[in-house]
Design a protein. Sequence first.
Length: 148
Amino acid sequence: MRIRLISIGKDKEFTAEGAQDYAQRLRRFAELELVELKAASGPEAKEREAELVLSRRLPRGELWALDERGEQLASGELAQRIGRLRDSAQDLTLCIGGDEGLSPRVAQEARFCWGLSKLTLPHRLARVLVLEQLYRAFEILRGGPYHK
């Protein structure tokens, strides 16, 4: 299974360290690529970002958009979704918007809109949370001790 996490903006300091830590752990279970795209500015910035995001998605599998209005999942539910993708040899592309969020176009093209919390999270922190939850999902699937 391949996973590509596309995010607008670059991680810095503790979020970069956290993302790298969970990325390294996650690579034991899946081929993982972290893609950081430069934030656009000016009029139509979100639409230009949408073009970049959609052009970088994996050619097969599912596209998931991270959105505060998306469906919230328990860790076990996420593991079931990941397990179905893994077992059917599907890839997964996840998209995290920048300061202004994702374009509605990305959410419309996504197979699933995932909400991490009802809270508005900084996109850099959301990236760490996504990676941690993906790692947790794979640990649940293997019956490992990480998820208690």
